[in-house]
Design a protein around this ligand. Structure first.
Ligand SMILES: [Zn+2]
Length: 399
């Protein structure tokens, strides 16, 4: 840990730059105690790790603090310095006695109180959720930043994101979703943006690098929406996914395959309008190709031109699929204000741009044309080519 008190109650925060001689001198004169448990702590001034405080052996407070790696301490120190350089009132290792939580940094910005948690180790999902909930209930805005070392790129534009990674997903005020990461070795924020998931784990993303010396807090809290998604890559990744999946279906997927078979659909002959990129698809763990097929079966398949689709029926069928566990929602503790129905509405909006639907009121769409189900591979290929030729621009913009 980087903060301790003297016996007279003065705080010493190693987030500020001190010369080693000054600290050696202080260490000779003072005794230090932990601001949380009040036990004595040692000021460590070795050459291997950054200067820090450590509990004496056998402390009960020990576990929580001392598992901190140098990487973590260095990261939070850099983040703290980044904030104070911008003259943002910040407290390193702020201990809120009332809620008994200790964010790495507490700072105030534009009338709001933030709890910054820089996370380098994996913690149980329940702990993450409980901490986040407590912050929200006590008027903190949680700002979880994950260490960049957790994020691994699979292929160009594609990364695998686990449930743990998704816990860090946050939203700008305009609903742009992203995951903030930081690396103290590279001195770099990396924001994972434009995340469009196509399987439970895999997503198209874009990385943007922001050196702390060049980026201000506001830019980190409100990154602008960037739109680049190569539709033909999107399409081929989806096809690769379908193929893998047909060969090795898991139990939940078998139910889906059985249902579409019973309804006269073939996984390899889905129309190109099913499986579109939708940004709020992140709120749903089930891959877009599956939930969009369910939406097609439940709401669109039996409709004819001029029939209406209301948000009420959309919500009804969506909730039913969730109850039956055909559709699984993601656990996103920082985004509980976002209703996953937004993904379904966004999909209908995409269908509106494809002239399948037309908006007829705040909560109503009207069918313009039926979606044609290809009957053979040849029909499917032709439909797909025509579709992408015609709609490439619309869909990339839509995202
Ligand atoms: Zn302690």
């Amino acid at each position: 840990m980087l903060t301790a008190c003297t016996k007279t109650g003065k705080k010493l925060c190693l987030g500020f730059d001190y010369r080693k001689e000054t600290l050696l001198d202080l260490r000779r004169k003072e005794e230090f105690v932990c601001p949380v448990c009040g036990e004595g702590v040692l000021l460590k001034l070795g050459d291997q790790r950054i200067f820090h405080f450590a509990h004496k052996q056998g402390s009960i407070c020990r576990d929580e603090f001392e598992n901190e790696s140098s990487y973590h301490m260095e990261g939070k120190r850099q983040l703290f310095q980044w904030l104070i350089r911008q003259k943002i009132p910040s407290v390193l290792e702020y201990y809120d006695r009332e809620i008994q939580q200790r964010p790495d940094i507490m700072f105030q910005h534009k009338g709001k109180k933030y709890a910054l948690e820089y996370q380098c180790s994996t913690i149980p999902e329940k702990v993450f959720q409980k901490r986040t909930k407590t912050y929200l209930e006590n008027d903190y805005v949680p700002l979880w930043i994950i260490s960049s070392s957790h994020i691994h790129q699979k292929r160009k534009e594609i990364i695998a994101l686990s449930n743990f990674h998704y816990l860090f997903l946050r939203s700008t005020s305009s609903g742009n979703l992203y995951i903030p990461t930081y690396c103290p070795e590279k001195h770099l924020f990396q924001l994972v943006e434009s995340i469009t998931s196509f399987t439970i784990k895999n997503a198209f993303v874009e990385y943007f690098n922001y050196p702390p010396s060049k980026v201000e807090l506001d830019a980190l809290l409100e990154p602008e929406k960037k739109i680049h998604l190569n539709l033909s890559t999107w399409n081929s990744e989806n096809e690769r996914f379908i193929l893998n999946w047909a060969l090795h279906p898991q139990s939940g997927q078998k139910i889906f395959l059985q249902e579409i078979y019973n309804r006269g659909l073939n996984l390899f002959l889905l129309p190109p309008e099913i499986g579109l990129p939708v940004s709020y698809s992140l709120l749903i763990q089930t891959p877009p190709i599956i939930w969009q097929t369910y939406l097609f079966l439940d709401v669109l398949a039996n409709k004819n031109p001029n029939d209406s689709i209301t948000f009420q029926e959309l919500t009804f069928h969506f909730n039913k699929r969730i109850q039956r566990k055909n559709i699984i929602l993601r656990k996103l503790p920082q985004l509980e204000q976002l209703n996953p129905i937004l993904a379904q509405i966004e999909y209908l909006q995409a269908l509106e741009q494809l002239e399948v639907l037309q908006r007829k009121g705040e909560n109503v769409f009207q069918v313009q044309r039926k979606i044609i189900i290809p009957k053979s591979n040849r029909e499917r290929e032709e439909a797909k080519q025509l579709f992408y030729q015609k709609n490439c621009n619309i869909l990339s913009k839509n995202k």
